[in-house]
Design a protein around this ligand. Sequence first.
Ligand SMILES: [Zn+2]
Length: 102
Amino acid sequence: MGLFENIKNFFTPSSNSKIVKLYVQDKKCGNKMRVVLRKGYDIQRIYKDDVEGKYQISKVLVCDKCYNNIVIDVKFDKNYNVLDRSIENGKFITEEEFQNRN
Ligand SMILES: [Zn+2]
């Protein structure tokens, strides 16, 4: 009976390696948001040799509470570790800070 083993294989681990999660807080109203980025879709490959980093994303986030525009710019290395990041109209927070909202 290999049935249960077969079923187990249908479930992928919860830490999906195809996505990168960032957490930001709106400076205007304090709203905390999770940003889910898809590798290869939202995050663009950097082809320039003179730029540090392999992947980059520039994105305008709209706060779902006050519609403030938050601009993020993040660079990643080849393993999607954050190398450099900047943000306007908000700040980056940790996952713990995001979970402790309310
Ligand atoms: Zn807001």
